[in-house]
Design a protein around this ligand. Structure first.
Ligand code: ATP
Length: 338
């Protein structure tokens, strides 16, 4: 039986631009279970990081509405002191760029030790050092005693990302958010880091939110996938369903814009345009409509909501029933549900 770790309800995260607030995360509802990886995918600007930062309480000036229940406690707007206690202890985040996330003037051992010092106050100095060395070892860093005394610039990108992971897991968090954890790394190191995250999930029963625009990473790692577009979730399903039977035009466009080696892909369909900026975002109607101008406007819902097509498979707007790529005929594209 799955156990709910995080429950986000109607989350709206808005930033002030000139005199108005604009929602970068707009009415997002999701859950994450223990020992589950939830992938969040979408193009740049779709609101993935804004969502992650909201959960971690890392926005300074944003307006946060809705609920973020972490183990049944609403953390959406709790005091900074309480949040600090949770962050780095019960929940942690791995950021995309290992170089900027580390302090260049501090040896890595001390940086990991600092997290322990903040949250495990009764550890002796010797216990802390031993724990740091065992963490460095756990994340696959060779010669951990030596690396303990090194500065970030003395390590490769892959090693630095392992240090970031060591900091994130130092206190065995129940929730880990990984925001593009392998973007800055080359492919072989990427695979090693992803394996490491997978092992951690199994060893520590951690719930993981994995944010990426790399669909290959999602296919490999996630149990369920939420697709975000313009601040909203447009489709959510288990990973198998999402790749086998994607429904929303945006999901289909994302999947069809990358080459794959599987059968059934005749051609690539590149999605024209970009996610509009916050102040230009259409707030009514189907937000993806402008990027599929060949589809008749009448097929969109006025206020698109998420429909449960099959248990656990949700898709926003009914336009998916009428969608086809511009170089397909309507008749050829009987994809999805009728
Ligand atoms: N602090 C901020 N103030 C104003 N606008 C912001 C702020 N942070 C993010 N935004 C805007 O919110 C929208 C969503 O941004 P976000 O960084 O969450 O997207 P993303 O999907 O994570 O993109 P990427 O993959 O590039 O990180 C964008 O339009 C972005 O410009």
């Amino acid at each position: 039986m799955s156990e709910k770790l995080l429950e986000i309800k109607n989350l709206k995260t808005s930033f002030r631009i000139k005199d108005d607030y604009y929602a970068a995360v707009d009415d997002v509802t999701l859950t994450l279970n223990k020992n589950e990886v939830l992938g969040i995918v979408g193009e740049s600007g779709s609101g993935k990081s804004a969502l992650a930062f909201s959960v971690m309480g890392l926005h300074n000036r944003a307006k946060i509405e809705g609920n973020i229940l972490f183990k049944d406690q609403d953390i959406a707007n709790i005091s900074p002191a309480k949040l600090n206690k949770l962050r780095g202890d019960d929940m942690a985040m791995i950021f995309q760029d290992p170089l900027t996330a580390l302090n260049p003037l501090m040896i890595v051992g001390d940086q990991i030790s600092e997290t322990l010092l903040l949250h495990k106050k009764n550890m002796s100095q010797k216990q802390r050092k031993d724990r740091v060395i065992s963490l460095l070892d756990q994340v696959g860093i060779p010669y951990p005693e030596h690396v303990y005394n090194q500065f970030p610039h003395e390590l490769s990108g892959g090693m630095r990302q392992r240090v970031i992971i060591a900091i994130a897991i130092a206190n065995q968090p129940e929730l880990l958010i990984a925001d593009e954890p392998t973007t800055a790394l080359d492919v072989t190191i990427q695979a090693q880091i992803l394996d490491l995250i997978k092992d951690l999930k199994d060893d520590m029963n951690t719930g993981i939110i994995l944010i990426t625009h790399d669909l290959g990473v999602v296919a490999e790692m996630a149990d369920r996938v939420a697709v975000m577009y313009a601040g909203q979730i447009v489709e959510i399903a288990d990973v198998h369903t999402l790749f086998e039977n994607p429904l929303h035009p945006y999901t289909r466009s994302l999947l069809n814009s990358v080459p794959n080696t599987q059968e059934g892909q005749d051609k690539l369909h590149v999605i024209q345009g970009i996610v509009p900026s916050l102040s230009k975002l259409p707030r009514e109607g189907c937000r993806f409509a402008a990027r599929m101008p060949w589809i008749d406007e009448s097929v969109h819902e006025e206020n698109p909501v998420l429909h449960e097509i099959k248990p656990g498979h949700f898709v926003r707007c009914t336009c998916h029933k009428h969608f086809y790529f511009p170089d397909e005929s309507k008749e050829d594209s009987n994809h999805g549900v009728s």
